[in-house]
Design a binder for this molecule. Sequence first.
Ligand SMILES: Cc1cc2nc3c(=O)[nH]c(=O)nc-3n(C[C@H](O)[C@H](O)[C@H](O)COP(=O)(O)OP(=O)(O)OC[C@H]3O[C@@H](n4cnc5c(N)ncnc54)[C@H](O)[C@@H]3O)c2cc1C
Length: 464
Amino acid sequence: MSHDFLKTLDSSFARGFYSVDPSDLKEYGKDWTKVYEPKPLAICFPQSTDEVSKLMKLCTAARVAVVPSGGRTGLAGGAVAANNEIVVSLIKMRKMGEINTLSHSMWCEAGAVTEAVHEHAQSVGLTWPIDFASKGSSTVGGNIATNAGGVKVIRYGLTRNWVLGLTVVLMSGEVLRLNGSLEKNNTGIDLRQMFIGTEGILGIVTECILKLAPLPRESDVFFFALGDLPAVFKLFEVARRSGFTLNAYECLSDECLGVVTAHRGLASPFPVHRPQYVLCEVERPESEDARAKLEAWLGSLFESGLVQDAVLAQSPKEAANLWAMREGISESLAHAGLLHKHDISLPIARLQEFIETWTHDLTQNYSGLNPYIFGHIGDGNLHVNLMKPADMDAAEFRKLCTKVDQNMFGWIQKFEGSVSAEHGIGLLKKHLLGYTRTPAEIVLMKQMKQVFDPQGLLNPGKIL
Ligand SMILES: Cc1cc2nc3c(=O)[nH]c(=O)nc-3n(C[C@H](O)[C@H](O)[C@H](O)COP(=O)(O)OP(=O)(O)OC[C@H]3O[C@@H](n4cnc5c(N)ncnc54)[C@H](O)[C@@H]3O)c2cc1C
């Protein structure tokens, strides 16, 4: 069957349309999670919506499963192909159209790299404000399929807010062109939204019309050292009332700062260790004495005793160095040892209570396990991690983590949080879906999947 399907591809597309080279199968069959053994049948590289449509019709006729693939930076196994699937990689669909400076929008193909879109929009003073550490590899299609968040959500919201129109190919090969470049279109169910954040299980996004924002003015970056966890939330409240526009409000524990400075060979900005740190980026006020205003605010924070120490970056280079301490955490933790990690969200008002409850449980019952907590406080999104202690056996560590998780997910449910804030469900978190979604919701999701993909061939086994 597999061999027959490759013959069908040979007779339907030009040479080079697909690859069965073992290194491609290995590379394109996995994502950043790296925990699943890739085993795709072939990797296809369509160059247009029409080619994707033709391919999908052939796959449906032959009942061959398909996995949509972008930059493969996903952290939930959503782009993994481990069961003889056809991987549809959009890396040859990266065209970007002219920017419309009247409507602040642009057309692009879904394989366009996020950072390339930023650079393109920047040339006319605009931006697509979806920003995170993997932007140099992730694609617009992947960002849309995961409704990506990142470090600027506090100011701009999620990807969903920045998509006007979508072209989507269904498993049947049918092409839907949804919403064009309309800002307003109140004509029933907004089908476009079904494909945002559903990890490629309903259709393949091939083209998009993105909504752009004015490039923010220059920004200023503060790095604060704080005496305890409540100060992180108090400072957030104060920063929101400061009158400055917040671009980011990110927290990291002393353990996280230690790991990232060691791995990247960076010096901590502070001579004395403090339990918590916050990186706060604000848009520079539009006034001649902007700098004086920022410094006066900083002075008032010291005076009130809210911050123990702080730096205000004196140059873009210094600001980038401070950002490196925050953005380098994931990668540095991954290098430091065996990690057990979660990307969760809570109502902002209950974040502190959740962190205190979770860390208390660890101290009382699992004192050998050290937590590493960082995240996007402004969005209620925490990255919680446990690292295997050097003297603990890996199997024992995993067993303990499962026990810790049982309590943690119980509290997430109780505090009305989510088991996945921005990375998605994919394969990795399927077993956790029920903590956040009710049985009735899951039944409805399955029914929707049935409508768009009755044979269950598109990204099978993901989410549901
Ligand atoms: C260092 C690092 C930092 C990160 N930080 C963040 C962060 O701050 N915030 C955040 O939200 N994410 C973050 N991520 C996760 C990841 O970068 C995002 O989820 C990103 O949006 C994935 O894009 P991608 O193109 O790599 O998608 P892929 O990994 O290729 O795919 C992701 C999912 O989308 C589907 N898909 C891909 N393309 C399409 C398409 N055209 N049509 C339909 N479905 C498609 C895939 O099947 C899969 O289910 C981070 C990842 C790394 C490695």
